[in-house]
Write a protein that binds this ligand. Structure first.
Ligand code: CAA
Length: 292
Protein backbone atom coordinates (compact mmCIF):
# COMPACT_ATOMS: atom_id res chain seq x y z
CA UNK A 1 0.00 0.00 0.00
CA UNK A 2 1.58 3.25 -1.15
CA UNK A 3 2.09 6.06 1.35
CA UNK A 4 0.35 9.24 0.20
CA UNK A 5 -1.04 10.89 3.30
CA UNK A 6 1.51 11.75 5.96
CA UNK A 7 0.76 12.79 9.51
CA UNK A 8 3.34 14.50 11.69
CA UNK A 9 2.67 14.79 15.41
CA UNK A 10 4.65 17.61 16.99
CA UNK A 11 6.03 20.58 15.05
CA UNK A 12 9.13 21.54 17.01
CA UNK A 13 12.63 21.52 15.56
CA UNK A 14 12.42 17.95 14.23
CA UNK A 15 8.69 17.75 13.45
CA UNK A 16 8.77 20.95 11.39
CA UNK A 17 11.77 19.63 9.43
CA UNK A 18 10.03 16.30 8.81
CA UNK A 19 6.84 18.05 7.67
CA UNK A 20 8.88 20.25 5.35
CA UNK A 21 10.77 17.40 3.67
CA UNK A 22 7.56 15.35 3.35
CA UNK A 23 5.83 18.26 1.64
CA UNK A 24 8.88 18.77 -0.58
CA UNK A 25 8.60 15.08 -1.47
CA UNK A 26 5.09 15.75 -2.81
CA UNK A 27 3.15 14.16 0.05
CA UNK A 28 -0.08 15.47 1.51
CA UNK A 29 1.04 16.49 5.01
CA UNK A 30 -1.09 17.06 8.07
CA UNK A 31 0.68 18.35 11.16
CA UNK A 32 -0.86 18.02 14.58
CA UNK A 33 0.14 20.27 17.45
CA UNK A 34 -1.40 20.64 20.89
CA UNK A 35 -2.77 24.18 20.56
CA UNK A 36 -2.97 27.15 18.20
CA UNK A 37 0.14 28.77 19.64
CA UNK A 38 2.20 25.66 18.95
CA UNK A 39 0.68 25.46 15.46
CA UNK A 40 1.74 29.04 14.71
CA UNK A 41 5.25 28.44 16.06
CA UNK A 42 5.54 25.28 13.94
CA UNK A 43 4.26 27.01 10.82
CA UNK A 44 6.79 29.79 11.45
CA UNK A 45 9.63 27.26 11.64
CA UNK A 46 8.68 25.73 8.29
CA UNK A 47 8.29 29.14 6.67
CA UNK A 48 11.64 30.27 8.10
CA UNK A 49 13.42 27.22 6.78
CA UNK A 50 11.86 27.60 3.33
CA UNK A 51 12.82 31.28 3.31
CA UNK A 52 16.39 30.23 4.04
CA UNK A 53 16.33 27.64 1.25
CA UNK A 54 14.90 30.28 -1.11
CA UNK A 55 17.59 32.79 -0.17
CA UNK A 56 20.24 30.15 -0.90
CA UNK A 57 18.57 29.39 -4.22
CA UNK A 58 17.83 25.79 -3.26
CA UNK A 59 14.19 26.33 -4.18
CA UNK A 60 12.16 28.87 -6.16
CA UNK A 61 9.31 31.02 -4.81
CA UNK A 62 6.92 28.69 -6.68
CA UNK A 63 8.43 25.64 -4.95
CA UNK A 64 8.00 27.35 -1.59
CA UNK A 65 4.33 28.11 -2.27
CA UNK A 66 3.69 24.56 -3.48
CA UNK A 67 5.37 23.09 -0.40
CA UNK A 68 3.41 25.35 1.95
CA UNK A 69 0.23 24.43 0.07
CA UNK A 70 0.81 20.77 0.85
CA UNK A 71 1.07 21.26 4.63
CA UNK A 72 -2.06 21.63 6.72
CA UNK A 73 -2.24 22.00 10.50
CA UNK A 74 -4.65 20.78 13.12
CA UNK A 75 -4.98 20.63 16.88
CA UNK A 76 -7.35 17.62 16.66
CA UNK A 77 -5.76 14.21 16.99
CA UNK A 78 -8.83 12.67 15.26
CA UNK A 79 -7.84 14.50 12.07
CA UNK A 80 -4.90 12.07 11.69
CA UNK A 81 -7.32 9.15 11.25
CA UNK A 82 -6.94 9.00 7.45
CA UNK A 83 -3.12 9.02 7.36
CA UNK A 84 -1.03 6.22 5.78
CA UNK A 85 1.86 6.98 8.12
CA UNK A 86 2.08 9.06 11.28
CA UNK A 87 5.53 10.18 12.38
CA UNK A 88 5.70 11.36 15.93
CA UNK A 89 8.20 14.02 16.95
CA UNK A 90 6.70 15.02 20.27
CA UNK A 91 8.56 15.43 23.56
CA UNK A 92 11.01 12.58 24.43
CA UNK A 93 8.77 10.97 27.06
CA UNK A 94 7.63 7.42 26.60
CA UNK A 95 4.28 7.99 28.34
CA UNK A 96 3.43 10.87 25.99
CA UNK A 97 4.38 8.88 22.88
CA UNK A 98 2.51 5.80 24.09
CA UNK A 99 -0.61 7.82 24.77
CA UNK A 100 -0.44 9.35 21.30
CA UNK A 101 0.01 6.02 19.50
CA UNK A 102 -2.55 4.40 21.80
CA UNK A 103 -5.18 6.94 20.71
CA UNK A 104 -4.19 6.68 17.04
CA UNK A 105 -4.36 2.88 17.26
CA UNK A 106 -8.10 3.16 17.73
CA UNK A 107 -8.51 5.76 14.96
CA UNK A 108 -6.25 4.82 12.04
CA UNK A 109 -6.80 1.98 9.55
CA UNK A 110 -4.78 -1.23 9.86
CA UNK A 111 -2.29 -0.26 7.16
CA UNK A 112 -1.18 2.95 8.91
CA UNK A 113 2.46 2.88 9.99
CA UNK A 114 3.34 4.42 13.33
CA UNK A 115 6.84 5.87 13.11
CA UNK A 116 8.77 7.47 15.93
CA UNK A 117 11.57 9.97 15.52
CA UNK A 118 12.89 9.15 18.98
CA UNK A 119 16.66 9.40 19.31
CA UNK A 120 16.92 7.64 22.64
CA UNK A 121 13.78 5.83 23.76
CA UNK A 122 13.10 2.18 23.02
CA UNK A 123 10.95 1.72 19.92
CA UNK A 124 9.91 -1.74 21.19
CA UNK A 125 8.25 -0.18 24.23
CA UNK A 126 6.08 1.91 21.91
CA UNK A 127 5.33 -1.16 19.77
CA UNK A 128 4.35 -3.18 22.83
CA UNK A 129 1.79 -0.56 23.81
CA UNK A 130 -0.32 -0.80 20.62
CA UNK A 131 -2.33 -3.50 18.83
CA UNK A 132 -0.15 -3.26 15.70
CA UNK A 133 3.46 -3.83 16.81
CA UNK A 134 4.28 -5.07 13.28
CA UNK A 135 3.48 -1.58 11.97
CA UNK A 136 5.71 0.31 14.43
CA UNK A 137 9.11 1.50 13.27
CA UNK A 138 11.72 4.12 14.13
CA UNK A 139 12.39 6.83 11.56
CA UNK A 140 15.24 8.80 13.05
CA UNK A 141 16.02 12.04 11.20
CA UNK A 142 19.01 14.31 11.77
CA UNK A 143 19.21 17.98 12.52
CA UNK A 144 18.85 20.10 10.41
CA UNK A 145 16.32 17.78 8.77
CA UNK A 146 16.10 19.59 5.40
CA UNK A 147 19.88 19.33 5.01
CA UNK A 148 21.01 16.03 6.55
CA UNK A 149 20.62 13.13 4.14
CA UNK A 150 20.32 10.27 6.59
CA UNK A 151 17.33 8.50 8.10
CA UNK A 152 17.87 5.57 10.45
CA UNK A 153 15.10 3.03 9.97
CA UNK A 154 14.84 1.23 13.29
CA UNK A 155 13.37 -2.28 13.37
CA UNK A 156 12.13 -3.96 16.49
CA UNK A 157 11.83 -7.74 16.61
CA UNK A 158 8.13 -7.28 15.76
CA UNK A 159 8.46 -4.86 12.81
CA UNK A 160 7.21 -6.64 9.69
CA UNK A 161 9.24 -6.81 6.47
CA UNK A 162 6.43 -4.94 4.75
CA UNK A 163 6.56 -2.05 7.26
CA UNK A 164 10.33 -1.93 7.00
CA UNK A 165 10.24 -1.87 3.18
CA UNK A 166 7.50 0.78 3.05
CA UNK A 167 9.43 2.90 5.57
CA UNK A 168 12.63 2.68 3.57
CA UNK A 169 10.81 3.57 0.36
CA UNK A 170 9.20 6.50 2.17
CA UNK A 171 12.59 7.78 3.40
CA UNK A 172 13.91 7.60 -0.18
CA UNK A 173 10.85 9.46 -1.47
CA UNK A 174 11.82 12.28 0.92
CA UNK A 175 15.21 12.45 -0.78
CA UNK A 176 16.91 10.75 2.18
CA UNK A 177 19.20 7.73 2.38
CA UNK A 178 17.97 5.10 4.81
CA UNK A 179 20.15 2.81 6.86
CA UNK A 180 18.73 0.05 9.02
CA UNK A 181 19.43 -0.24 12.73
CA UNK A 182 18.29 -2.64 15.41
CA UNK A 183 16.38 -1.26 18.38
CA UNK A 184 19.36 -0.65 20.65
CA UNK A 185 19.90 2.68 22.41
CA UNK A 186 21.77 5.10 20.17
CA UNK A 187 21.06 3.10 16.99
CA UNK A 188 24.03 3.61 14.63
CA UNK A 189 24.88 7.30 14.69
CA UNK A 190 24.35 8.36 18.30
CA UNK A 191 26.13 5.25 19.52
CA UNK A 192 29.28 6.68 17.89
CA UNK A 193 28.55 10.39 18.05
CA UNK A 194 27.52 10.78 21.70
CA UNK A 195 30.69 9.17 23.21
CA UNK A 196 32.72 11.43 20.90
CA UNK A 197 30.98 14.52 22.28
CA UNK A 198 31.32 13.23 25.86
CA UNK A 199 35.05 12.61 25.27
CA UNK A 200 35.49 16.20 24.08
CA UNK A 201 33.92 17.40 27.35
CA UNK A 202 36.21 15.07 29.34
CA UNK A 203 39.17 16.47 27.41
CA UNK A 204 38.08 19.98 28.40
CA UNK A 205 37.61 18.90 32.05
CA UNK A 206 41.16 17.55 32.07
CA UNK A 207 42.49 20.85 30.76
CA UNK A 208 43.94 19.36 27.59
CA UNK A 209 42.89 22.34 25.47
CA UNK A 210 40.35 25.16 25.22
CA UNK A 211 36.84 24.90 23.79
CA UNK A 212 37.88 26.84 20.70
CA UNK A 213 41.04 24.80 20.10
CA UNK A 214 39.26 21.45 20.50
CA UNK A 215 36.62 22.62 18.02
CA UNK A 216 39.25 23.96 15.65
CA UNK A 217 41.19 20.71 15.94
CA UNK A 218 38.30 18.58 14.70
CA UNK A 219 37.18 21.02 11.99
CA UNK A 220 40.61 21.65 10.51
CA UNK A 221 42.24 18.34 11.39
CA UNK A 222 39.43 16.00 10.39
CA UNK A 223 37.20 18.07 8.14
CA UNK A 224 34.18 17.84 10.43
CA UNK A 225 31.59 20.53 9.61
CA UNK A 226 31.44 21.56 13.28
CA UNK A 227 33.73 20.97 16.25
CA UNK A 228 32.32 18.89 19.15
CA UNK A 229 31.35 21.85 21.37
CA UNK A 230 29.61 23.70 18.54
CA UNK A 231 27.83 20.43 17.83
CA UNK A 232 26.87 19.91 21.51
CA UNK A 233 25.36 23.40 21.54
CA UNK A 234 23.64 22.71 18.22
CA UNK A 235 22.11 19.40 19.34
CA UNK A 236 21.32 20.79 22.81
CA UNK A 237 23.26 19.86 25.93
CA UNK A 238 20.05 18.72 27.64
CA UNK A 239 19.36 16.39 24.70
CA UNK A 240 22.89 15.00 24.72
CA UNK A 241 22.70 14.43 28.47
CA UNK A 242 19.37 12.62 28.17
CA UNK A 243 20.68 10.37 25.39
CA UNK A 244 23.90 9.65 27.33
CA UNK A 245 21.94 8.71 30.46
CA UNK A 246 19.69 6.35 28.51
CA UNK A 247 22.69 4.76 26.74
CA UNK A 248 24.53 4.35 30.05
CA UNK A 249 21.44 2.76 31.54
CA UNK A 250 21.30 0.32 28.61
CA UNK A 251 25.00 -0.63 28.30
CA UNK A 252 26.55 0.25 31.68
CA UNK A 253 29.80 1.21 29.96
CA UNK A 254 31.85 4.19 31.12
CA UNK A 255 32.12 5.57 27.58
CA UNK A 256 28.42 6.52 27.80
CA UNK A 257 28.66 8.05 31.28
CA UNK A 258 27.91 11.78 31.22
CA UNK A 259 30.82 13.91 32.50
CA UNK A 260 29.91 16.03 35.56
CA UNK A 261 30.50 19.26 33.60
CA UNK A 262 27.71 18.40 31.15
CA UNK A 263 25.32 17.69 34.02
CA UNK A 264 26.22 21.00 35.74
CA UNK A 265 25.75 22.96 32.53
CA UNK A 266 22.30 21.49 32.01
CA UNK A 267 21.43 22.19 35.67
CA UNK A 268 22.25 25.84 35.00
CA UNK A 269 20.20 26.06 31.82
CA UNK A 270 23.18 26.24 29.49
CA UNK A 271 21.42 24.08 26.90
CA UNK A 272 23.26 25.50 23.91
CA UNK A 273 22.16 27.51 20.92
CA UNK A 274 18.43 27.33 21.66
CA UNK A 275 19.04 28.87 25.12
CA UNK A 276 21.48 31.49 23.82
CA UNK A 277 24.21 29.96 26.00
CA UNK A 278 26.00 26.64 26.19
CA UNK A 279 29.71 26.13 25.67
CA UNK A 280 29.46 29.36 23.70
CA UNK A 281 27.52 32.58 24.20
CA UNK A 282 25.34 33.27 21.16
CA UNK A 283 24.18 36.78 22.02
CA UNK A 284 26.71 38.60 19.86
CA UNK A 285 27.71 38.64 16.20
CA UNK A 286 29.70 35.45 16.54
CA UNK A 287 29.75 32.74 19.24
CA UNK A 288 32.15 33.43 22.12
CA UNK A 289 33.39 30.57 24.37
CA UNK A 290 32.12 30.83 27.93
CA UNK A 291 34.04 29.92 31.08
CA UNK A 292 33.28 26.41 32.35
N1 CAA B 1 16.79 23.98 3.34
C1 CAA B 1 17.56 23.50 2.37
N2 CAA B 1 18.90 23.63 2.35
C2 CAA B 1 19.48 24.29 3.36
C3 CAA B 1 18.72 24.85 4.42
C4 CAA B 1 17.31 24.65 4.38
N3 CAA B 1 16.52 25.10 5.35
N4 CAA B 1 19.57 25.43 5.30
C5 CAA B 1 20.80 25.27 4.80
N5 CAA B 1 20.75 24.59 3.64
C6 CAA B 1 21.88 24.16 2.82
C7 CAA B 1 22.70 25.34 2.35
O1 CAA B 1 22.17 25.89 1.16
C8 CAA B 1 24.05 24.73 2.13
O2 CAA B 1 24.07 24.02 0.90
P1 CAA B 1 25.34 24.06 -0.07
O3 CAA B 1 26.49 23.50 0.74
O4 CAA B 1 24.95 23.18 -1.22
O5 CAA B 1 25.53 25.49 -0.42
C9 CAA B 1 24.14 23.68 3.24
O6 CAA B 1 22.77 23.40 3.61
C10 CAA B 1 24.90 24.18 4.44
O7 CAA B 1 24.22 25.32 4.98
P2 CAA B 1 24.93 26.68 5.46
O8 CAA B 1 25.95 27.11 4.45
O9 CAA B 1 23.86 27.63 5.87
O10 CAA B 1 25.60 26.33 6.80
P3 CAA B 1 26.94 25.61 7.09
O11 CAA B 1 27.79 25.39 5.92
O12 CAA B 1 27.46 26.35 8.27
O13 CAA B 1 26.39 24.17 7.56
C11 CAA B 1 25.30 22.59 8.88
C12 CAA B 1 25.45 24.05 8.55
C13 CAA B 1 24.59 21.86 7.73
C14 CAA B 1 24.42 22.51 10.12
C15 CAA B 1 26.71 21.96 9.09
O14 CAA B 1 27.43 22.72 9.99
C16 CAA B 1 26.66 20.54 9.56
O15 CAA B 1 26.48 19.61 8.77
N6 CAA B 1 26.84 20.35 10.90
C17 CAA B 1 26.76 19.04 11.53
C18 CAA B 1 25.33 18.73 11.82
C19 CAA B 1 25.17 17.40 12.48
O16 CAA B 1 26.10 16.72 12.83
N7 CAA B 1 23.90 17.04 12.66
C20 CAA B 1 23.57 15.82 13.34
C21 CAA B 1 23.32 16.14 14.78
S1 CAA B 1 22.94 14.69 15.68
C22 CAA B 1 21.30 14.47 15.44
O17 CAA B 1 20.60 15.22 14.84
C23 CAA B 1 20.72 13.23 16.00
C24 CAA B 1 20.33 13.20 17.39
O18 CAA B 1 19.54 12.32 17.74
C25 CAA B 1 20.90 14.07 18.43
Amino acid sequence: MKIQKVGVAGCGLMGSGIAEVAAKGGFDVLVREVDERAVEAGRGRIEGSLARALKREKITAEDRDEVLGRVRFTTEIEALADRDIVIEAVIEELAVKNELFGTLDGLCPDHTIFATNTSSLTVSEMAAAVERPDRVVGLHFFNPVPVMKLVEVVRTIATSDETWERSQAFARALGKEPITAGDRSGFVVNLLLVPYMLDAIRQLERGVASIEDIDKGMVLGCGYPMGPFTLCDFVGNDTTLRIADIMFDEYRESRYAAPPLLRRMVAMGRYGRKAGKGFYDYSGERPVPLPV
